[in-house]
Every structure is written in C-alpha cells, then in structure tokens.
Design a protein around this ligand. Structure first.
Ligand code: PMP
Length: 421
C-alpha cells in the first residue's frame, strides 16, 4: 500500500476525564513512551479477527487455519518492518523485556557482552556476571563509539555481543547505532538493539544499520499489551535450549522408561512454547504495517510537537531538561526534566488532578541514567506520539508554568506514597 497523507488515528482521541474541580477535560496523554494508545486500524483488525479465535498450528479446523495464517503473516509483517534478512528468525514474545531475556539465555556460554550503563533495566539487567563489561555512558556519542572500540579490543577471544539502545527512554536521544554496529563488526562482535523507543518513531532497518538482533514491544507501537518480538540471527537461538518448555517447543516426546526423550522444535517455535498470543501478535503486525506506511507524516508531526514542547519547557522557571549527550542530538518525542525546588511526584499528580494531563514521574526503569542526570532526584517525563496534539502540548506547558509560578489550586497530601488533592 502507498503512504497516505493523513496521520494514523488512535482510539480514545478526545476522551474526557474528571479533574478535581468536578469538570471534565480532554485527556492529554503525554505518556506515549510508557505505552501508546492503540491505532484505530489495529482495533478494527482485532475486531475482525476475534470471530476466528482459535489456537494456532495444532488444529485442523477452519478457524485454526485462519489463526495460523494470521500468525505466520504477522511474522512476515515484522520482517518487512525491520528489513530482516532471510537468515533472521522472528520470535514472538510478551514484550521487549521478554525478548531481551530470551536473547540473554540464548547466547553461547562465555559470550563477552559489552553495553553502556544508561540502558533501560530491560536491556541492562539480563546481562550480569564476569563476562559483562558495563561502560559508563560518555557525554559525547563519538566517545561512546571509541569506548566501545577499546572495550571490544580488550575482550577475550570467543563470541562477543554488544547491547545498545536505539533511543533513550529517558531523554529520547537517538544513539549512533550504525556507528556502534560498524565497530562491533570490526571486532567480529554481534550487536543487539533495544528498539523499544526507536521503533515507534523512526524506521529501523536491520540491514541498513547492520544490526544482528532487535527487540521491541507491541504496546509502544500502538497495539495493546502482551506482544513483543525478538528478530535476528537464527543460529544462536537454534543452538540454545528452549526459553520455556512445553507444547509447541517440542517436535517429539518419547517415553524411555526412566527418562523422557525430547526433540525440541526448530526456531522460532522452539522459543514460543504454550498457546501463542495470536490476537496480540496480529495487532502488533498491523501496527507495523500502518506505521510503515506513515513514517513521513509521523516524523513531521512529532518533530513539530517536540520543538513546541521543548520551547515551552524552556519558559518554565527552574525547568531543566535532561540529556545524556552534550549538544543538541536528534531525538524522538521524549523529554525528561526536573524543576528546581519542586517534587516531580507532586507536579505529576497536580498535572493529572487539576488539568487532566498524564505524564510519568520517577526514574523510568533506567535508574542509573536518571539518578546520574538528576543527582538522585526523581524526574518528570512528557512523551509524544500519534495521540498528541498541539493543544495537549500547549496545555501542558501552561499548566506546568502555572503550578510552578502560582502554585497549585488545591492542597495535596501524601496518601500511600502518592500526592493526592
Ligand atoms: N527498553 C526501553 C528503551 C524501554 O523504553 C522499555 C519500556 N519502557 C523497555 C525496554 C521495556 O519494554 P517492555 O516493558 O514493554 O518490556
């Protein structure tokens, strides 16, 4: 299908929510980086599939055949979305966390892993132990590439894997993935990309970037929760034990008296034991198709709103935007900030309670990065996407300004750790 001019529409646009004054206001969801609302096309596709709800692969019935076809077509859609190579496999998972844990369990023993410490916990925590080299994130992306080069030169012979992020979930900054991949390649290392924040905003092409693996989540690319994907080189995944054991992961099971004889399935089924999330995977694949047809409009929309958001934030007294890197890097529509003398949790609560604006506060599952950038404070994050509008951004800036300059209109107290009017 050709790209179409209009921006894809999300469900729930114009939804009104109660605020503390008793009025209802249009909900401004500035938390796309956590989870994006579903696309209307995704909702319609799910609606269309539900009558054919049946388990895949094992049934001979008509609905089961439809489900199986839909499930396998979803793999093809994900392949196209990521520019996968014929030697790549597409394993459906629950989310990015699941996908990166699967990869961590599948690398050969004694693989040297190199990564930077500003990663989201999903990319950071699966890699621990003596063979993991965690690098402090430098403030210059070119230095990151040079440091990776030095670190890889110092790793012992044997399999090596670099784990990198496409775009930071804290600052939205885009990492120099192709350059990191080039250095990895020079050292004979593989590279895995945490594309959870990049995939919703920019095309990710495995061949162009020369990246070996990529993981992302359906719920961040405008599909509902519950589906994610790991795409990449099949060999390590094929050589490893199944991620989970059970039906689907087994080609054959035989009774050998005192033990079971088990032949595991080949990838991708090897790592997809249990009844798969056919509806979720279909939703993810439709989201990929829709995004793939609208990159130009999506990027333009987000760049305009991001510029407006950042300019607005600069007018809020004491507000300070967080950046991993020096200078102004290309970034997706994610902005984290602190406001001097203001508690992030209270500001987030007041934005919601008084203005119907949803932002995130805390350390965003990237504690090392956030605490380093804020000197231990909690931060606020406003993140944009297809559900965002100029009115949402302007209302957010005006509301934040008024909370900071004039103070809240209501009294707040901490109830169970949350500020409550
Ligand atoms: N990596 C990054 C960069 C993320 O932003 C997130 C989600 N916040 C994840 C990984 C984990 O995604 P999920 O919670 O869907 O597993």
């Amino acid at each position: 299908p050709r790209p179409t001019a209009a921006l894809p529409r999300v469900v729930g646009a114009g939804l009104r929510v109660p605020v503390v004054s008793g009025e209802r206001v249009e909900y401004a969801n500035l938390d796309h980086a956590a989870s994006a609302p579903a696309l209307e096309e995704v909702r319609d596709a799910v609606d269309e599939l539900l009558p054919w709800y049946a388990s895949v692969h094992r049934g001979a019935g008509f609905a089961s055949q439809v489900s199986t076809r839909v499930y396998e077509q979803a793999r093809a859609s994900v392949r196209r979305f990521l520019g996968a190579r014929p030697t790549d496999t597409v394993v459906f998972t629950r989310n990015t966390t699941d996908a990166l844990n699967l990869l961590a369990r599948s690398v050969p023993r004694h693989t040297s892993v190199v990564l930077f410490d500003a990663e989201h916990h999903a990319a950071l925590l699966p890699w621990r132990g003596p063979n993991v080299h965690r690098l402090r994130t430098p403030t210059d992306p070119a230095e990151a590439v040079a440091e990776l080069d030095r670190a890889l030169a110092a790793t012992p012979e044997g399999p090596r894997l670099v784990v990198a992020t496409g775009a930071s979930n804290v600052t939205g900054e885009i990492w120099p993935v192709a350059e990191l991949a080039r250095v990895a390649r020079q050292h004979g290392a593989r590279i895995a990309l945490d594309a959870a924040q990049l995939a919703p905003h920019r095309p990710v092409d495995l061949r162009e970037l020369d990246v070996d693996y990529a993981a992302f989540s359906g719920h961040k690319i405008y599909a509902p929760f519950g589906s994610g994907v790991l795409v990449g080189r099949a060999d390590w995944l094929q050589a490893s034990d199944p991620y989970l054991v059970g039906g689907g992961a087994t080609a054959r099971v035989a009774d050998h008296g005192d033990r079971l004889g088990v032949a595991w399935s080949a990838v991708p089924e090897r790592h997809e034991a249990g009844s798969p999330n056919v509806v979720g995977v279909h939703a993810l694949a439709v989201a990929c198709e829709v995004l793939g047809r609208h990159w130009e409009q999506t990027e333009r929309h987000e760049r305009e709103l991001l510029a407006r958001l950042r300019a607005g934030l600069a007018t809020v007294p004491g507000a300070h935007e967080l950046s991993l890197f020096d200078g102004d890097r290309d970034r997706v529509g994610v902005v984290s900030f602190v406001v001097a003398g203001q508690d992030a949790g209270y500001l987030a609560a007041a934005l919601s309670a008084e203005h119907g604006i949803g932002v995130r506060d805390g350390a965003f599952c990237a504690h090392i990065a956030v605490h380093r950038l804020t000197h231990g404070e909690r931060a606020l994050r406003a993140s944009l996407g297809l559900g965002s509008t100029v009115e949402h951004v302007d209302r957010f800036v005006a509301a934040l300004r008024s909370l900071v300059v004039d103070g809240p209109r209501w009294d707040y107290e901490l109830v169970d750790g949350r500020w409550t009017p």
